[in-house]
Design a protein around this ligand. Structure first.
Ligand SMILES: Nc1nc2c(ncn2[C@@H]2O[C@H](COP(=O)(O)OP(=O)(O)O)[C@@H](O)[C@H]2O)c(=O)[nH]1
Ligand SMILES: [Mg+2]
Ligand SMILES: [Zn+2]
Length: 275
């Protein structure tokens, strides 16, 4: 049967199958194949013999933390403390797009804002919703639960944004430390933690808030361009228009007409220059 590895402790691989857990060992042949199993791997396993026979091909894989097959990432972004920033949000969105992870934007700390401050941020978020991203809030746990079924989900975002607080709400057993000083103080304690997925609402969630895939270096300019999803709605006259120095560029036109958010376009330029 096909299961998913949700925890690895030395040579014990805990496989989840139909909401039950099976502690398995790997078949010798698998080890010789040089496949090192990761948390998140889908595998073919024998639930009576408790043996993993085959690791199935991965959709994506990461080193820090070592996990695979991530479907979606909840980008936890605060309205204040730290202040909301389109540029930061874009960094997370584009890196997720590049790694084939569906980004979901989750706002926090709305309670710290005045009505005017909220409206300004909501205007930006309306744009992100309009181009196709899901926007939710940590106030509505139901909305978060609703995106989990049949997916493997991670939380990502800036330090202090509220990731640990949110994970604790989703799984009180985690008891993650929260607060500004916790990261520094908690470091020693957390290094021995085993990375694992926990089951919630028929989905899997990574139990650590430290997920980040913030790099553009290994990607081509074209891949970054395609990660700005709203650009794909328009076709420039030049077939391989880079939307930079070309004269007749529809994207640049749409930025002028304010149909494409100027901050997004500026981030595009920044990200391709960073490579
Ligand atoms: N006012 C307010 N504070 C929050 C909210 N979410 C988290 N916090 C606080 O923000 C601080 C940082 O949260 P934490 O979960 O540790 O952030 P992390 O670094 O992303 O894991 C903590 O003091 C939390 O209590 C929220 O929605 N509103
Ligand atoms: Mg934290
Ligand atoms: Zn163009």
């Amino acid at each position: 049967m096909k299961g998913q590895i949700i925890r690895i402790i030395r040579d014990l691989h805990v496989v989840s199958f139909e909401n039950k857990e099976y502690s398995c060992k790997c078949r010798g042949k698998l080890r010789n194949n040089k496949v090192v199993p990761l948390v998140g791997d889908y595998c073919m396993f024998d639930k009576d013999k408790l043996i993993i026979e085959e690791i199935l091909p991965r959709k994506n894989e990461f080193q820090r933390p070592p996990v695979s097959n991530i479907d979606q990432g909840i980008i936890v972004i605060s309205m204040k403390k730290p202040d909301f920033s389109v540029n930061l949000l874009d960094k997370f969105i584009i890196s997720m797009e590049l790694h084939k992870i569906t980004p979901i934007i989750c706002l926090t700390k709305e309670d710290l804002c005045t009505k005017e401050e909220l409206e300004k941020v909501y205007d930006y978020l309306d744009y992100f919703e309009k181009i196709g991203y899901k926007v939710i809030s940590n106030k509505n746990i139901e909305d978060i639960l609703n995106i989990l079924p049949n997916k493997t989900t991670v939380l990502t975002g800036q330090t202090g944004a509220g990731k640990s607080t949110l994970l604790n709400k989703l799984n009180p057993e985690l008891k993650l430390e929260t607060g500004e000083i916790s990261e520094a103080l908690g470091r020693g304690k957390h290094t021995t933690r085993v990375v694992s997925l926990f089951e919630l609402n028929n989905g899997k969630v990574l139990d650590t808030p430290g997920f980040s895939a913030l790099d553009f270096f290994e990607f081509k300019e074209e891949e970054i361009r395609n990660s700005f999803i709203e650009f794909k709605k328009f076709t420039c006259e030049f077939k391989d228009c880079s939307h930079t120095k070309e004269k007749e560029c529809v994207i640049k036109e749409k930025v002028k007409e304010k149909e494409i958010l100027e901050e997004r376009y500026n981030d595009y330029i920044k990200f391709i220059e960073k490579r």
